[in-house]
Design a protein around this ligand. Sequence first.
Ligand code: ATP
Ligand code: MG
Length: 331
Amino acid sequence: MKIPRSYLTEKEEPLAGKTALTDQEESPAGKMALTDQEEPLAGKTALTDQEAPPAGKTALTEKEALAGKKGTREAAGKGIRFEHVTFTYPGRKEPALRDVSFAMAPGTRTALVGHNGSGKSTLVKLLCGLYQPDSGHIFIDGQDVAQMSPDALRRHFSVVFQDYGKYSFTVRENVELGDVEKMRAPVREREKAVRAALRQGLAEDLAGMLEKPLGNLSSEGTGLSGGQWQRLALSRACYRDSAICVLDEPTASLDPVAENELYANFTEMMRERACILISHRLAVARYTDRILVLEGGRLVEDGTHGSLMEREGVYASMYRAQSHWYASEET
Ligand SMILES: Nc1ncnc2c1ncn2[C@@H]1O[C@H](COP(=O)(O)OP(=O)(O)OP(=O)(O)O)[C@@H](O)[C@H]1O
Ligand SMILES: [Mg+2]
């Protein structure tokens, strides 16, 4: 395996304001709502502006779904399927996604790449039910996402969104918010699981301060660095047992050593899960089975690193633009 010299470029660092929290988001009163915030469920929760589903675009309730508002449709087969999905944000003339179709088998890992604004985050938010397509359908294991109840949909996913949550609770609670259903388990069992998740999410240094409050809401609250918050968000996703893991720029705040470590452990982290990994660091595509490339909201390329390099299209030009960062270049 070729070891990247460094993945980080200044350009790729998250924008300063992007992960900053509003007062509202840090409110302890919003504890359960904040869980949902990171676990994609529309409408129910106190979402950030960026995450908030636009008016009229929220997931249907079960009742609405049963009433057939979106019509009844099913697709054969397990896994994820997008069928001619188009989505436009309210107030925008141009769709953020245009006629996107692809299928993804269970347990497979897919990298989603493309320039800024190409529609990557929008695609995963649609998949998680945060928004509803203008047209087209998204299926999970043959069921139309538009017809699934928020709870049923939520069970499928562990998610770290690009604008992941930073909750002013204890370290332990920050991890446990990944799966509130596990809160019924005995404390000792939960603690073991929390520690395992912290290890997987590369946040083992926080295991010694499980009961430490974080954030600045209380005078005892401890601040964390951007990278530590991101590791905590990863740990929260690892804590949750789900068939599909969505990671939107999961390493943007990590130093290169931590990033290497994360991808070295990636296979173990994902176990049997399907994973959609969004990253501007194209070297990570090598840890996945397949690469989807979005450009201007369209799915323009679909293949392996090798096949897309041969194709000399968008992926190849993006990869070559970064290749001087890597110790040796393939192709
Ligand atoms: N909440 C929103 N309201 C209106 N337009 C939005 C919203 N979020 C994203 N967009 C627009 O939708 C398009 C796709 O954005 P998206 O965030 O999906 O891109 P991306 O590929 O994830 O980009 P990046 O690499 O910068 O994270 C862009 O034109 C963006 O301006
Ligand atoms: Mg994005």
